[in-house]
Design a binder for this molecule. Structure first.
Ligand code: AMP
Ligand code: ZN
Ligand code: FE
Ligand code: FE
Length: 281
């Protein structure tokens, strides 16, 4: 069935497959248009555009920026942005620098916990400037300290676990302003990560909309039908655009597939044109 996937990670951030291989999987899954939304980096987009031309898949330039929400994070997706915009890329470079300040502290904690690894090894495995905890998880896997990325997060890397170190994050309003300045549309990723009830999420999204939010990721790999319906209701009441995607990462989230998530995901093709219109408005 024709479908969209507006949330995909590649080797340019913490996904395990390069853009061309993600495109090949998308083609098999019937995806007609997709967004590459690597964390804090846009370098995967040229390769995606080239592969997309070969498969006849439209590529929407995207990015995902983590922002501060108390002790928690809100992730802001940006769509249809001018991915070559120098100001945007300078801001993303600043976010990647904050990763390089935090990650060695995580490695130090892991070493104190008895895991023998170095940040140079993590950087080499990552092979990109956007280095994240999933790369550290993969080094822990390769060295046999954990069996899966999930185990690495559950034992060491997740918030509240012994190797967790927070990093400098922008406020949601800043992240959205950067995306707007690059002519993109800011969209709240996986809204349930905010751990709010319906009323709380409505209030939060109303505030975010006043600060520049354009849409909400209603369709997502882990949403059940009831959650999807509740988010659709909030998006409709706030007049937010509706988007969706798998958040595919390859081996660091092995149960998530391109286009179909855990099997039940379908992001309707009709959602794309309103998003495109909002970006050109
Ligand atoms: P970072 O941006 O380096 O702080 O790492 C956060 C990223 O790790 C998220 O964007 C997810 O892609 C990934 N992540 C978070 N929790 C988990 C988990 N439990 N298992 C696998 N990946 C996770
Ligand atoms: Zn990720
Ligand atoms: Fe995210
Ligand atoms: Fe993501």
């Amino acid at each position: 069935m024709a479908r969209l996937d507006l949330h995909l990670h590649t080797t340019h951030s913490d996904g395990s497959l390069p853009p061309a291989e993600v495109l090949a999987l998308a083609h098999k899954a019937g995806v007609t248009a997709l967004a590459i939304t690597d964390h804090d980096i846009t370098t995967g987009i040229p390769e995606a555009l080239e592969a997309g031309a070969g498969f006849g898949i439209e590529i929407i330039p995207g990015v995902e920026i983590s922002s501060r929400f108390g002790e928690n994070e809100l992730h802001i997706l940006g769509y249809f942005l001018d991915w070559q915009d120098p100001a945007l890329n300078a801001r993303l470079a600043g976010l990647r620098d904050s990763r390089h300040r935090r990650n060695p502290q995580i490695v130090e904690r892991l070493r104190a916990l008895g895991c023998d690894l170095t940040y140079d090894e993590v950087r080499e495995l990552a092979g990109t400037e956007s280095v994240g905890r999933p790369h550290i998880a993969r080094v822990l896997m390769e060295k046999g300290y954990v069996k899966s990325a999930k185990e690495a997060f559950d034992r060491f890397l997740a918030q509240g676990k012994p190797a967790y170190v927070p990093r400098d994050l922008p406020e949601p309003a800043e992240a959205m302003a950067w995306i707007r300045a690059a002519k993109g549309v800011p969209v709240l990723a996986h809204p349930l990560w905010a751990k709010q009830n319906d009323a709380g999420l409505f209030t939060l999204c109303g505030r975010l909309k006043a600060e520049g939010l354009g849409g909400m990721e209603v369709h997502y790999s882990t949403h059940n039908p009831k959650q999807t319906a509740e988010l659709l209701d909030i998006a409709t009441r706030l007049d937010l655009l509706v988007t969706g995607g798998s958040d595919f990462h390859g081996m660091t989230k092995p149960d998530i597939e391109v286009g179909v998530g855990k099997g039940g995901l379908t992001v309707p093709v009709k959602l794309l044109d309103p998003l495109r219109k909002a970006a050109s408005a």
